[in-house]
Design a protein around this ligand. Structure first.
Ligand code: PXG
Ligand code: PLP
Length: 451
């Protein structure tokens, strides 16, 4: 076994008689490959991880797009510790605890005007399921029960539960899992490298891709469509920035046809684009926002749906003893998550992190676009503190080249994320210019060594 493995793990292995790596079936991981050469993280502080060999690793992806304030923030750690000691759990159905209300108020205050209601879940995936159900139920409680269709977008990622993969548009995440939800359709994606390659910030061309929604309205009739869900910036598929005017046009078409617009801000929420939400950055207000990740700085799992007040209010009818929205999770508004969330929002406020990307984005853009002429690079895309660097795939071996790059960066002490043959960067919002430089120069060296 790799010497890097922790003594506790060795001990557990002796007890079970396994190699110590057998029992854990890892998520979204090439399990067999990983277990031949594990990469274990054991500690984190600020912009860095430490691995089980004691190496310092610069975090270029905020963990997994979530640790926006950097690692180990004392306020957040202390809040979780104090809450664990004070009250471990409170049932969320027909009961509550004060921090749930406090966090909802604080999140609503950050959201676009008119979005005053917050429903808690435990992940981005659960937030998405919640939003889709809310949209369907909203139409039904208003007497428009024929609006049952959900529309997603090609290349969209909305988590891994059945609703999310149904409206999602990443083939590899869908094809093993049967027929999923019925009545779902997809508008086209916005990627157009021929016209928009190497765009700095929002691409100039492609507002008209939003008109694809009119095609689906013509096909299905608006009276059958409940909602459209899109990521303002598509993250997981490899960072696709919305063309100028695209989101505005999508909003107009939804409004015209009475279709709810859901922004999935699981990645773009909490400062990634230079404002609390991308809705504010792009000046487009959806009807529902899903968020997670940065809500608690990744420290305790939590997701949420932020709803327009009028959507919530439409449910508040019928007898007062009736449960208006029969939905919720055992761990909705979990006390540890709420404590972490409140301390996270305090940390963001103290350090000005929710707008810090505004001051760094030009430098970040310049840095990532300096990779344009390096070997294998076929596109560079950026917005706020997120970037995608797309590589030409090795013929017949997609993902191989980017994974090799990922491993080279890891060896050099920098954590990046790859999806397909695209490198995604989304550093903690506390990143300093010298660290942006380290990130990009590490990638440059790795690109020059690639096959
Ligand atoms: N919606 C969006 C837009 C997301 O980015 C989810 C929903 C699901 O959140 P949970 O918390 O259930 O994972 C996400 C999550 C990647 C990667 O490929 C991205 C995510 C998750 C895992 C990997 O970089 N985003
Ligand atoms: N499965 C069973 C048998 C349950 O009793 C519950 C919750 O009570 C769930 C699933 C859902 O779990 P959660 O509320 O944590 O999503």
């Amino acid at each position: 076994m790799n010497k890097a493995i922790d003594p506790a793990l060795m001990q557990a292995a002796e007890v079970s008689g396994s190699t110590g790596l057998d029992a854990y079936w890892m998520p979204f991981t090439a399990n067999r490959q990983f277990k031949q050469a594990p990469r274990l993280l054991v500690r984190a502080e600020g912009m860095h991880y430490e691995d089980s060999d004691g190496r310092r690793i610069l975090d270029g992806v905020a963990g997994l797009w979530c640790v926006n304030a950097g690692h180990g923030r004392p306020r957040i750690t202390q809040a979780i510790q104090a809450q664990a000691a004070e009250m471990d759990f409170a049932p969320p159905f027909q009961m509550a605890h004060p921090k749930a209300f406090e966090l909802a108020e604080r999140v609503a205050a950050l959201a676009p005007a008119g979005m005053g209601k917050v429903f808690f879940a435990n992940s981005g995936s659960e937030a998405v399921e919640t939003a889709l159900k809310m949209a369907l139920a909203y139409h039904r409680v208003r007497g428009e029960a024929s609006r049952t269709r959900l529309i997603g977008r090609e290349r969209g990622y909305h988590g891994v539960n059945f609703g999310g993969i149904s409206v999602g548009g990443i083939v590899g995440n869908r094809k093993l899992f049967g027929t999923m939800l019925g009545g779902v359709d997809h508008i086209r994606h916005t990627h157009d490298p021929a016209r928009n390659g190497f765009s700095i910030g929002q691409p100039a061309h492609g507002a008209e891709f939003a008109d694809d929604l009119e095609r689906l309205v013509a096909l299905h009739d608006a009276s059958t469509i409940a909602a459209v869900i899109v990521e303002p910036i598509a993250g997981s598929t490899g960072v696709l920035i919305p063309p100028q005017g695209y989101l505005q046009r999508l909003r107009e078409i939804c409004t015209k046809h009475g279709i709810l617009l859901i922004f999935d801000e699981v990645i773009t929420g909490f400062g990634r684009t230079g404002n609390p939400f991308a809705a504010q950055t792009f000046g487009v207000t959806p009807d529902l926002i899903t968020c997670a990740k940065g809500l608690t700085n990744g420290a305790v799992p939590m997701g949420a749906v932020i709803a327009k007040t009028e959507i919530h209010d439409a449910f508040m009818q019928g007898p007062e003893n009736a449960i208006e929205f029969p939905h919720g999770y055992t761990y909705s508004a979990h006390p540890l998550a709420c404590a972490a969330g409140l301390a996270t929002l305090d940390t963001y406020a103290e350090d000005g992190l929710l707008t810090r990307a505004q001051g760094l984005q030009d430098l970040f853009a310049q840095a990532v676009h300096s990779l344009k002429a390096e070997p294998h690079v076929v596109d560079v895309r950026n917005f706020g503190l997120v970037a995608g660097i797309e590589l030409a795939s090795i013929p017949g071996a997609p993902t191989k080249r980017a994974f090799e790059l990922f491993l080279d960066c890891w060896q050099q002490g920098v954590l990046v994320r790859t999806t397909g043959d695209i490198v995604a960067l989304s550093p903690p919002l506390i990143i300093e210019p010298a660290q942006i430089d380290q990130l990009v120069e590490t990638l440059r060296r790795a690109l020059r060594r690639l096959h």
